[in-house]
Structures are given as structure tokens and as C-alpha cells.
Design a protein around this ligand. Structure first.
Ligand code: GLU
Length: 321
């Protein structure tokens, strides 16, 4: 948006009559996650759909690989980025001033739409000997970098399973994108990654020289009761045929959501929303984890208010009254 403002200021100052197309050019940035996750290719798909019709609406989007959910919300709130992908639990916490944002509700956070489900995924190496969530004592487990959404999810699950995260295991803070290699190099016993499926990171972790398995995250009734944004999800075995586990994996999940700031202009959010919804089949074809999305599902799971630009499109399209 910065360049856009510059162009507009220049036009105003010089009183130049800029050609319509140039006047309307708007540059937006989309914060995603690590490149082997689902956020990064999803942001890329949204940018590609927008760019295809750039002449129509003048928006050009660029995608940034980032530390993910928490980083994206904070960057948008600081005005460093225009849009970002974040977990629905993080959207809820940020808007309501909980967890990372304790006492600091991010009242300018706005929902645009939700995307596909994500699952709290625990992958362990065969040599770690871990078969269930009860086998993690003394193990080296990557719970993720501080800017990620998955770090707190890992802590919630570990605490619900009865662990003291500081004392009972060695929790590492590496980025999810680095974790599969660390697992294959035997530097960690396992890692948590909250992510849509299938994705490149879990493929990398399960298809290497060292065998690996996904662990069921079950008996989580307390977690489900305590946190309104969690629900049970299943990761199909067919997504990772080389993983050791014989069945689908049951675990806790939430949704990925697309967010912005109340300060993002209505027309920008309107045009982006319209392009994404009108090209939804193309978006879904660009990544297999997006296959389950429907126009209706995209209005669910958000807790910050919708941005007025998104709402305008939803009403026009008959998706909202
Ligand atoms: N859910 C992850 C996080 O926010 C990112 C997943 C992804 O990049 O696909 O930490």
C-alpha cells in the first residue's frame, strides 16, 4: 500500500491527470508461512488469481514467506503487511486479547474469509520409539518458532497429555520448515506442525531414509471443552503412504483464515474477495489441501468482524443477508 499512497500523493501534489489504470494501481502484500506448508502456496494461488485480472481491478499482490500465524497478525497490525493467513484460534485470541495478546486486544483485526482445515500434527521418527502421545517423556520435540501458530497448539496438547513442557521433555523452537530435515538427521525425535494436509513438510518428514509416523492426538475432551476454536479432525493415511502408521490419524484442528486490518481500503478487500470467490475452482485446483473449501464454508470459523469490503461482496453474492 505504501507505493500506492506515494503514487496518489505524487498525483495530488503535481496535479497531474494520471491515466485511470495507473491511478488505480494498488500493491498489496500477503503474509504466509514456511514454503513447505500450505499457507505459502495458498497465498501464491490468491496472488496469481488476482494478478490474472490485474487490469480489471489494479491490484498486484506479492507473497511473503514468514514465521506464520502470530507473525502475520502482528505485521498486519503494525501496517507492515496488508493481508495474511492465520489460524482461526489465533484470530480469536488476537481479537479478544488472549494468549500472546493478553490484555492487548487487536481491535483493528478484520476477517476476510476462512480457508481449509488445519490439523495439529505430531510426526516422530521410528528410532525415537514413540508410538503414542504418552511416550514423549525425555524426548527432543520441536514445538515451533515463537511467530508460529503451532507453538501454542503444541503446548496445549502437551499440557493436556499431562506433561510439564519445560521439565518433562526437551522442547525445541525451530521453524516448521526446518523440522523434517532435523527429524531425518536424528537431531530431534519428533515435531509438532499445525498445518493443512497434504503438504510438503510432512511428505518430506515421512518419505526420507529414516522411517517416521504420525501420532494420534486423542483423549482431548478437556482441550475441546476449554478452547472453543478446537475440533477433532482426521488426516487420511493416503496422503502420506510412506508413513509407518497403518491408519488415518485422529487429532485436534481448526481452520486457516485470511485476515486484514480495518485500515485496508474497502475497494481493495472487496476486489480481492470477489476475485477469490469467483475463481474458487481455480484456487482449489492450485493446492490439494484446498479441495474441501466451499463458498459457504469460507464464511465460517471467523471471530474478528468481517471487513466491510468482504461483507459487501458476500451480500452481493447472496452469501450473507
Ligand atoms: N498453521 C501454521 C502456523 O501458523 C502455518 C501452516 C502453514 O504454513 O501452512 O504456525
Amino acid at each position: 500500500m505504501k507505493l500506492f499512497k506515494l503514487l496518489m500523493t505524487a498525483a495530488l501534489l503535481t496535479g497531474l491527470a494520471m491515466p485511470a489504470a495507473a491511478q488505480k494501481k494498488q500493491f498489496v502484500t500477503i503474509g504466509t508461512g514456511g514454503i513447505t506448508g500450505v499457507y505459502y502456496p495458498t497465498g501464491g494461488a490468491i496472488a496469481r488469481i488476482l494478478t490474472k485480472n490485474e487490469k480489471k481491478h489494479g491490484i498486484r499482490a506479492t507473497v511473503q514467506a514468514t514465521g506464520a500465524s502470530v507473525f502475520n497478525i502482528n505485521a498486519i497490525m503494525k501496517g507492515d503487511m496488508d493481508f495474511g493467513i492465520t489460524q482461526s484460534d489465533r484470530q480469536y485470541q488476537a481479537y479478544n486479547g488472549l494468549d500472546e495478546w493478553e490484555g492487548k486486544p487487536q481491535k483493528d483485526l478484520r476477517a476476510v474469509f476462512s480457508l481449509a482445515p488445519e490439523a495439529i500434527t505430531l510426526v516422530v521418527s521410528e528410532e525415537s520409539g514413540i508410538k503414542t502421545l504418552a511416550d514423549l517423556k525425555g524426548k527432543v520435540i520441536n514445538i515451533g518458532n515463537p511467530g508460529s501458530g503451532n507453538r501454542q497448539n503444541a503446548i496445549d496438547i502437551l499440557e493436556a497429555a499431562g506433561y510439564n513442557v519445560e521439565k518433562d521433555l526437551k522442547a525445541e523452537g525451530a521453524k516448521a520448515a526446518d523440522a523434517p530435515k532435523m527429524l531425518q538427521d536424528s537431531r530431534i525425535d519428533g515435531f509438532f506442525y499445525t498445518v493443512g494436509h497434504p503438504n510438503g513438510a510432512i511428505k518430506e518428514a515421512t518419505a526420507g531414509m529414516h522411517k517416521a509416523r504420525l501420532i494420534d492426538v486423542v483423549n482431548m475432551e478437556k482441550v475441546l471443552a476449554k478452547f472453543p476454536y478446537y475440533s477433532m479432525v482426521t488426516i487420511p493415511k493416503s496422503f502420506y503412504p510412506e508413513a509407518l502408521n497403518p491408519n488415518d490419524t485422529k487429532t485436534v484442528g481448526m481452520l486457516a483464515t485470511f485476515v486484514t486490518s480495518s485500515k485496508t481500503p474497502d475497494d481493495v478487500v472487496y476486489n480481492l474477495t470477489k476475485e477469490v470467490f469467483e475463481n474458487l475452482d481455480e484456487l482449489k485446483s492450485l493446492h490439494p489441501a484446498l479441495a474441501v473449501i466451499t463458498k459457504e464454508s469460507m464464511l465460517q470459523g471467523n471471530s474478528a468482524p468481517f471487513h466491510p469490503g468482504a461483507e459487501k461482496y458476500f451480500k452481493e453474492a447472496g452469501l450473507m443477508k
